[in-house]
Design a protein around this ligand. Structure first.
Ligand SMILES: [Zn+2]
Length: 187
């Protein structure tokens, strides 16, 4: 997210980076009105939905990377819970109405200040309608998953793990960053 050039509080150009008294990080601070600009990570919520051993993937219609396939997921909106955001994204990107089963993966991508919260969910209804951000959606059997057309390694890992865990009949919860972390199994 680009930093503002003018103060969102008073419109002044007198923003400078400094550590406010009592704070731990540098912020953009307005010399004229004292406004402090906080920048915090974005949360992306989504779902992995398995139905009869097939997995819901959506094909992106818009940049970045149109034509690639991914789990339905997107930025949380203000006023939503993470579960509501995840289900809304599923609905918008695939027209599938779903319900959350449990958390499945919480991973941070610190270098771009994003946090992904992915839930296990089950499909309730397939309406065949989806929003303009999606070219196509499909439930793929594992052997048909277009692995090379899934851009994000972390998303491929989530799918690979789910396929293995479904065969083993036990599901874990991942916590970590986008390349290293731990899978917790609840006993
Ligand atoms: Zn100001």
């Amino acid at each position: 997210m680009p930093s503002p050039r003018f103060c969102p509080g008073c419109g002044s150009g007198g923003l400078s980076r400094q550590c406010p008294v009592g704070d731990t990080h540098e912020r953009l601070v307005c010399a004229d009105c004292g406004y402090i600009h906080y920048e915090n990570p974005k949360i992306i919520a989504g779902c992995i939905i398995e139905q009869d051993g097939k997995y819901l993937l959506c094909q992106r219609a818009i940049p970045p990377r149109p034509g690639t396939w991914t789990l339905p997921a997107g930025f949380m909106e203000n006023g939503e819970t993470t579960e509501e955001a995840a289900l809304r994204e599923v609905w918008e990107e695939s027209g599938v109405r779903a319900e959350i089963v449990s958390p499945y993966s919480i991973f941070s991508v610190p270098k771009i200040s994003e946090v992904y919260i992915i839930f296990r969910a089950t499909a309730l209804e397939e309406t065949g309608q989806h929003g303009p951000e999606t070219l196509d959606y499909r439930f793929f059997a594992p052997e048909d998953i277009p692995w090379d057309a899934i851009y994000y390694p972390a998303i491929r890992q989530i799918l690979e793990r789910y396929i293995e865990e479904r065969e083993a009949g036990v599901y874990g919860i991942y916590m970590g960053n986008d390349d290293t972390g731990k899978i917790h199994f609840i006993r």
